[in-house]
Design a protein around this ligand. Structure first.
Ligand code: C5P
Length: 370
């Protein structure tokens, strides 16, 4: 519904494109944008093997480009110059096309070309975004629409991070991350995305989290970082009751709720006046990404990238998803550009970009039909 509603069909264009489609079947080209996570809380492992999550996703302007074409024949073909991108049935784009073609009862050979610029295994949702971009492009190439419910079902079936890209902008993610809820459209904020050449496996990061939580209650969080010995707090917690997963999840929920009530009521939070933008208000509620606690000890260079961003003036810096991308939010484009240049000079690939509001996300989504 939401996606469909953003592309009101112009009957004249539809008639013209239907003619062109039948005669030469040119590809549909779409931009596949990245996301960052503004805080991420990991909860308990569930019986289905996934973990309960709370996060706020934010789409950003960095993107891949995807071309989708339906030609005579059958099967699915993936073309991509990047050797790290799988071309077989394990590719998320392949999976969504398989499900969508079956749901639509459509026939034809689907050719997907991915122009890869986003990092692979970078925590920016590249593969998930590529799949959703392919899904929406496929509908246009076939001139058939899936219902919003079918699109969400297919997206969630393929991966936890896909549904957010059917919404765009600032999005609350709950469940295993696949239950999404659009949050108020916020003004754009400048940001720098550093993409160290490290691929972090998300399942491994979750397994490391479980091991840490299992090894001594809340693990490192409650231990002295210098000595590794229990702090008085951890001893107290060890003997009594630790803050459970649900307490930690509730705390995240309260942070987001207090931010939302501040940003919608217009009443300054805590009487201290609002920050420059509502997005900066959100990160100032103290939200954190739990993955930092297991990914930083394993890849200390990522912690260093975060502190470099902070030293370069970031108002907030964090690992995105399970990494390896680390982002920083900045007050001005100038500050973001300077910080990105500093990181590159230090040997870390980095780009200055902006967050993308929901409206901008959909406006820039479709590049061309022909
Ligand atoms: O859903 P997605 O394909 O992104 O998940 C990849 C893997 O990450 C899952 O197989 C699971 O091991 C882990 N995961 C998890 N809890 C989540 C999301 C992902 O344990 N909420």
């Amino acid at each position: 519904m939401l996606v469909k509603g953003l592309f009101p069909p112009n009957p004249r264009i539809l008639r013209l494109s239907a003619f062109v489609f039948k005669s030469d079947r040119m590809p549909v080209t779409v931009n596949s944008f990245a996301k960052i996570n503004l805080g991420l809380r990991i909860g308990a492992a569930r019986p289905d093997g996934f973990h309960e999550l709370r996060t706020v996703y934010q789409t950003i302007a960095l993107h891949d480009t995807i071309h989708v074409q339906v030609v005579r024949g059958s099967g699915i073909e993936i073309r991509c110059a990047d050797s790290r991108v799988p071309k077989d049935g394990t590719n998320t784009c392949y999976k969504v096309v398989e499900l969508a073609m079956a749901t639509l009862r459509s026939k034809g050979r689907v050719v997907i070309e991915i122009e890869k610029r986003l990092p692979v295994q970078g925590g920016l949702g590249g593969a998930s975004s590529n799949a959703v971009a392919t899904l929406v492009a496929l509908e246009r190439a076939l001139k058939k629409s899936l219902s919003a419910a079918d699109k969400l079902r297919i997206a969630a079936e393929v991966g936890s991070d896909l549904p957010l890209f059917l919404v765009g902008g600032t999005v609350l993610g709950i469940g295993r991350g696949e239950e999404v809820c659009p949050l108020p459209d916020l003004p754009s904020v400048q940001c720098v995305v550093a993409s160290p050449e490290i691929g972090v496996s998300t399942p491994q990061a979750f397994a490391d989290w479980d091991a840490m939580m299992g090894a001594g209650e809340a693990g490192a969080e409650f231990r002295s970082s210098r000595t590794g010995e229990d702090t008085p707090r951890s001893i107290a917690y060890g003997k009594l009751t630790l803050p459970g997963n649900s307490d930690r999840m509730n705390k995240f929920g309260r942070s987001v709720a207090s931010w939302l009530s501040g940003s919608t009521s217009g009443v300054p939070a805590g009487g201290r006046g609002r920050a420059e933008t509502p997005l900066l208000d959100l990160v100032r509620t103290g939200i954190e990404n739990d993955f930092e606690k297991v990914v930083f000890p394993k890849y200390p260079e990522l912690r260093e990238v975060k502190s470099l961003l902070e030293r370069a003036g970031a108002i907030y810096a964090s690992l995105s998803g399970s990494g390896s991308a680390v982002y920083g939010l900045f007050r001005s484009q100038e500050a973001a550009r300077k910080a990105a240049a500093r990181l590159r000079k230090a040997g870390t690939p980095a780009q200055a970009t902006t967050t993308l509001k929901r409206q901008q996300y959909w406006k820039k989504f479709l590049v061309s039909r022909f």
